[in-house]
Design a protein around this ligand. Structure first.
Ligand code: AMP
Length: 355
């Protein structure tokens, strides 16, 4: 067990690191952030930060030397950087889990290998392979970069009219994955936490509404039958156990009209769809991460309120004052000064207390 007073190193300086550091501080831990940008959301709330590129091995070594344990808050931290620090200090979740999640093909191959259902997909290495796969899978289909894509970046929706060469160029990656488009009834996600002793908890499935491929609203819990919720939680637990996860993992799923659950992707870190847990649950996903990696008992995931979490994307952040007109709205701003369209600037959680 790593007792309070120890220092947790966080690779990445975004809002997930910020909220992790805030939860860690309440439990008496210190945090040091490794970020490649100045004044990052996480560094603003941490006592210590290492500001360097992820390719800077000496800086990574200094960082590892100054912390007791390391976690990550951003999926696209270069695997070599994570492996470099892992040789010096424990990294949780295991770096191998991050590497699976960083590669959409490895991720889907892995999920299938452990008996988890996904949409049909094909690996694509050039426009000719794409043409073949388009005939194979039919339409609509989604072409995605295998690496470094998130929030819909590097994704192209294909119809029978789409020109393969054109789609390949628009995707912009070196290797792609073509996926059958899922005509889902709704998108849900489950966040599972697991400790080193195998103890686990799952938050109830939540319903996620995306706009332009970016999460816009999370409704917690999801408005789905109890039996479906149980199946979704069982899938998340199964994935966490197979991965030998220590930490938290978000499992994004499509729920089809016929009640089938297909896993879209996994993220071995706190997740945007779990932000509601800060204000509506006895233990937030961030505190649960700290407890899991430090070897503390996991907290209760019970929720005392239902919640609707709305992301403040880009210029939406200007509405923060109106949000506060609802006394049961909890405002979270990430300290980002530069507004860009679609950029996650903050979120508001509207609570619906159980009476
Ligand atoms: P991703 O980056 O894979 O999470 O994709 C972002 C969003 O695009 C998802 O949350 C879905 O709304 C949509 N999407 C991605 N892949 C598919 C698919 N195969 N079928 C239907 N919608 C998809």
């Amino acid at each position: 067990m790593l007792a309070p007073g120890a220092t947790i190193g966080i690779l990445g300086g975004g809002q997930l690191g910020r909220m992790t550091a805030l939860a860690a501080a309440r439990l008496g831990y210190r945090c040091r952030v490794f970020a490649d940008e100045t004044d990052s959301p996480a560094a603003q709330v941490c006592g210590a930060a290492t500001l360097a590129e992820f390719a800077d091995r000496a800086a990574l070594e200094r960082f590892a030397g100054a912390v007791d344990i390391i976690t990550f808050e951003f999926e696209n931290i270069p695997a070599v950087a994570v492996r470099h620090v892992a040789a010096l200090k424990p990294v949780l979740p295991r770096p191998e889990i991050l590497e699976i999640a960083q590669d959409r093909l490895r991720e889907k191959d892995y999920l299938r290998s452990i008996g988890v259902e996904t949409t049909a997909y094909r690996a694509i290495s050039d426009p000719i392979a794409l043409l073949r796969a388009m005939r194979d899978l039919g339409f609509p289909a989604v072409l995605k970069t295998v690496r470094l894509g998130y929030d819909g970046k590097g994704q192209v929706t294909l119809t029978p009219e789409t020109n393969a060469e054109d789609a390949w160029r628009r995707m912009g990656g070196e290797i792609g994955i073509l996926e059958s488009f899922v005509d889902f009834a709704c998108e849900i996600s489950v966040i599972v936490a697991r400790g080193a002793n195998g103890a686990w908890t799952t938050y109830p499935p939540v319903e996620n509404q995306h706009v332009n491929h970016v999460l816009d609203t999370t409704i917690a819990p999801a408005r789905i039958p109890a039996e479906t919720a149980m199946r979704a939680e069982a899938i998340a637990r199964h994935v966490a156990e197979k991965l030998d996860l220590v930490g938290v993992l978000a499992v994004e799923m499509f729920l089809t009209e016929s009640g089938a659950i297909l896993v879209n992707e996994i993220a071995p870190r706190p997740h945007n769809s779990g932000h509601w847990t800060i204000d509506a649950c006895f233990t937030s996903q961030f505190e649960q991460l700290v407890r899991a990696i430090c070897g503390l008992p996991l907290g209760s995931v019970e929720h005392h309120s239902d919640a609707v979490m709305k992301n403040l994307l880009g210029s939406d952040v200007a509405t923060w004052r109106e949000a506060l007109n609802d006394p049961l709205a909890k405002l979270h701003l990430y300290g980002k000064t530069e507004i860009q369209p679609g950029r996650k600037m903050g979120h508001v959680t509207h609570l619906i207390p159980h009476r």
